[in-house]
Design a protein around this ligand. Structure first.
Ligand SMILES: Nc1ncnc2c1ncn2[C@@H]1O[C@H](COP(=O)(O)OP(=O)(O)O)[C@@H](O)[C@H]1O
Ligand SMILES: [Mg+2]
Length: 272
């Protein structure tokens, strides 16, 4: 839905609004507070990267937003409605590629459309368009085992885009890739985002990746996770990979690393 600042006042309201969120797990009879006093607002079409120390509750937050984990306290709203479970408005991409090995590339991408009972000709057309977009048209009839890690992850992203969710939730999607493939995937995702302008929540432990992709970087505290700081990234778009060599980019990187470092050290102390 395009924004209309002159008209509907709801047009500028956030697509995701989280207030006072908390999540408590129980482990060996002990309560583990994964998330506490967590607030975050995301606007439509915004690309938000999340960084934070390992174990601070990033994945838990994304699972809650995806509707896979219950909200224990506070509010988690999408377009003003509480999240009560998964839905077609949200597509999820995890680190594991999670493709069906017995299905071809094309059949993997058409799978969510089959569930939605989209007619065959239409779902094939959608999948072929997405395959062209991710540069894998030639591989439509190949099986996942014949693809590299980067290609598999591109197929996993195309599969999520097939049902055209408004929101993409990505949890370290490039974490299993080697450094070169990772960089290429960052460029691909940036191009894709420029074309679709989806709302994206992107978790990563790679500060470079967080800055390169995002409109805003959110830094989590050590567990229980909450928002420690938010930085608006004012690098112009579209962003070529050469932007990583600019002083502005280095400044963002350093600033985020300074914020993160204290939390990583705190998480480490608490683990000892
Ligand atoms: N299903 C679960 N049961 C119990 N504890 C969990 C569960 N999921 C996550 N946790 C705990 O919650 C904390 C946050 O985990 P997680 O969200 O996976 O962190 P991150 O993604 O930031 O590394 C960790 O201490 C983890 O052990
Ligand atoms: Mg995680």
């Amino acid at each position: 839905m395009p924004r209309d600042p002159a008209g509907d006042p709801a047009a500028d309201s956030p697509i995701i609004a989280v207030r006072g969120l908390s999540k408590i797990f129980s482990r060996d009879g002990q309560a583990v507070e994964a998330i506490k006093d967590f607030d975050l607002t995301v606007c439509e079409g915004e690309f938000v990267s999340i960084v934070g120390p390992s174990g601070c509750g990033k994945s838990t937050f994304l699972h809650m937003l995806g509707g896979f984990e219950r909200v224990d306290g506070g509010d988690m709203l999408i377009r003003g409605r509480p999240v009560t479970g998964p839905g077609p408005d949200r597509g999820v991409v995890f680190q594991e590629f999670a493709l069906y090995p017995w299905r071809t590339v094309l059949q993997n991408i058409t799978w969510p459309l089959e569930i939605q009972k989209v007619p065959k000709a239409e779902r094939t057309a959608i999948a072929e368009r997405l395959l062209a977009q991710i540069g894998l048209g030639r591989f439509r009839d190949h099986y996942p085992a014949e693809l590299s890690g980067g290609m598999k992850q591109r197929v996993a992203i195309a599969r999520v885009l097939a049902f055209d969710p408004e929101i993409l939730l990505m949890d370290e999607p490039f974490g299993a890739l080697d450094a070169q493939n990772r960089e290429l995937m960052q460029e691909d995702l940036q191009v894709l985002w420029n074309a679709t302008r989806k709302t994206v929540i992107f978790i990563t432990h790679d500060i470079d990746e967080a800055v390169y992709l995002a409109d805003r970087v959110v830094v989590f505290t050590a567990r229980p996770g909450r928002v420690k700081a938010e930085l608006t990234i004012e690098l112009e778009r579209p962003r070529g990979i050469e932007i990583k060599k600019t002083p502005e980019y280095a400044r963002y990187r350093n600033e985020i690393w300074d914020l993160l470092r204290d939390e990583v050290l705190r998480a480490r102390r608490e683990a000892e």
